[in-house]
Design a protein around this ligand. Structure first.
Ligand SMILES: Cc1ncc(COP(=O)(O)O)c(C=O)c1O
Length: 416
């Protein structure tokens, strides 16, 4: 079950981009991935065929309804849910603000919400503001600073009989650490709290199974998994139904539609479906694939398992390379087989500001991020907030081992 990176890369036109006569290295996947041609064609197709608002009595409008339903089914296959449990929005942040506002209004003084020091701010501030508005208390679960992983003992200590909700990440966008989501959800449920999972960083790196996670809500963003800029929310149907959504009077009153505000980006929804189909095609093209039903869900699970295997190789290669550069420090998980991480690395180079490292790499056509990338809590917890944060180098399944080597060689030069 091995990925064929050459075949994969041939499907992404942006991977042909050159700088200074060399192909660029897209090591910025955690900030957003490139898209295969099929996504571009699907989005362009909607616009060139003529696009219309949904719910009307003519063919172009009926097509928009079909697109919408199709995208719900595609994301349901990606999440392991049913389509009636999937709602779309502009991005993860907007969806989380909408949901936190709706859930938060059921809280009152004495209620508690538990957040983590591993999360992107989009899974922190919306809940803090909802708690503030309700007079509820915010508690934090800490990270183990040595490995930059969520401390589940701290999570267990933070929850209590008054906890109404635990918001947690499936993986860190800053340092790549994976979270044992099922265990964290179990801790939330042990005190009767809801569990909200941010799977934005995790989605391109591993299989999502909301039934196995048993989470109450989960969010992802298609632009991190080879699709366009659209967010997707999963919620257990009874919960999506139970909470009151802030919505316009003529808008749907039933879940999941009641969580979708205004007119959806139909061209993006076509792109979301094409991105999921792309991932499924990666699964179905694997040799020796043992598919029980030959379903899109089975293909997606196979694709993500192969992705994990391939990315483990990239991670080991990167860690091996940087371990030979004494001036480089990796923040996060560096041991284990499999490594409990995505191939997203937060590093520092002794004596060189992270922005300067990123700029030097950028000048060589190696695209990476520096700073906090909105991961305010992890960057503070790791003690690097006042020194410019970290340099983030992130790979996905279209990156090559040779690209990892190119990054290592450039880092060697920068570290001096
Ligand atoms: C882990 C994580 N959560 C949330 C977000 C916010 O996602 P969006 O841009 O869809 O609002 C990001 C974006 O970088 C992220 O990496």
């Amino acid at each position: 079950m091995r990925l064929d990176p050459t075949a994969i890369r041939s499907r992404f036109p942006a991977l042909d981009r050159q700088q200074g006569g060399r192909p660029v290295v897209w090591a910025d996947g955690p900030g957003g991935t490139q898209v295969p041609s099929s996504v571009i064609e699907a989005m362009g197709g909607v616009l060139s065929n003529g696009s219309s608002n949904h719910g009307g009595f003519f063919s172009a409008s009926a097509e928009s309804d079909e697109l919408h339903e199709g995208a719900r089914q595609a994301v349901a296959d990606l999440f392991g849910s049913s389509p009636g449990e999937v709602a779309f929005g502009q991005n993860m942040t907007s969806l989380t603000f909408a949901l936190s506002r709706a859930i938060g209004r059921t809280w009152s003084e004495g209620d508690e919400v538990v957040l983590t020091r591993l999360d992107h701010d989009a899974n922190v501030t919306p809940w803090m503001l909802a708690a503030r508005d309700a007079g509820a208390t915010v508690r934090f679960a800490d990270i183990d600073v040595e490995t930059a992983t969520l401390d589940l003992d701290s999570l267990e200590t933070a929850v209590g009989p008054n906890t109404r909700l635990v918001a947690l990440p499936a993986a860190s966008n800053a340092v790549g650490s994976l979270v044992d989501v099922s265990k964290a959800v179990e801790i939330a449920h042990s005190v009767g709290a809801l569990a909200f999972v941010d799977a934005v960083h995790y989605a391109p790196h591993g299989p999502i199974d909301v039934r196995a996670f048993d989470c109450d809500f989960l969010v992802a963003s298609a632009y991190k998994f080879f699709g366009p800029h659209t967010g997707a929310l999963y919620g257990k149907h009874d919960l999506l139904q139970r909470f009151e959504a802030y919505r316009l009077r003529p808008a749907p009153s039933e879940a999941p539609g009641k969580w979708e505000t205004g007119t959806q980006s139909f061209e993006s929804l076509a792109g979301v479906t094409a991105a999921v189909d792309y991932l499924a095609s990666v699964g179905s093209s694997l040799a020796n694939i043992q598919r029980s039903a030959g379903s899109r869900r089975a293909d997606l699970v196979a694709a993500m398992a192969a992705t994990q295997q391939y990315e483990q190789m990239l991670s080991h290669r990167f860690l091996d390379g940087v371990s030979r550069i004494p001036k480089i420090r990796v923040y996060g998980v560096t041991t284990g087989n499999p490594l409990p991480r995505t191939p997203t690395f937060g590093i520092s180079v002794e004596g060189v500001h992270p922005d300067r490292v990123a700029a030097a790499l950028g000048a060589e056509g190696i695209f990476v991020w520096s700073g906090h990338y909105y991961a305010v809590e992890p960057i503070a917890a790791l003690g690097v907030a006042d020194t410019g944060g970290l340099v983030r180098i992130g790979f996905v399944h279209y990156n090559l081992p040779e690209e990892v080597d190119r990054v290592i060689e450039a880092l060697q030069r920068i570290a001096g």
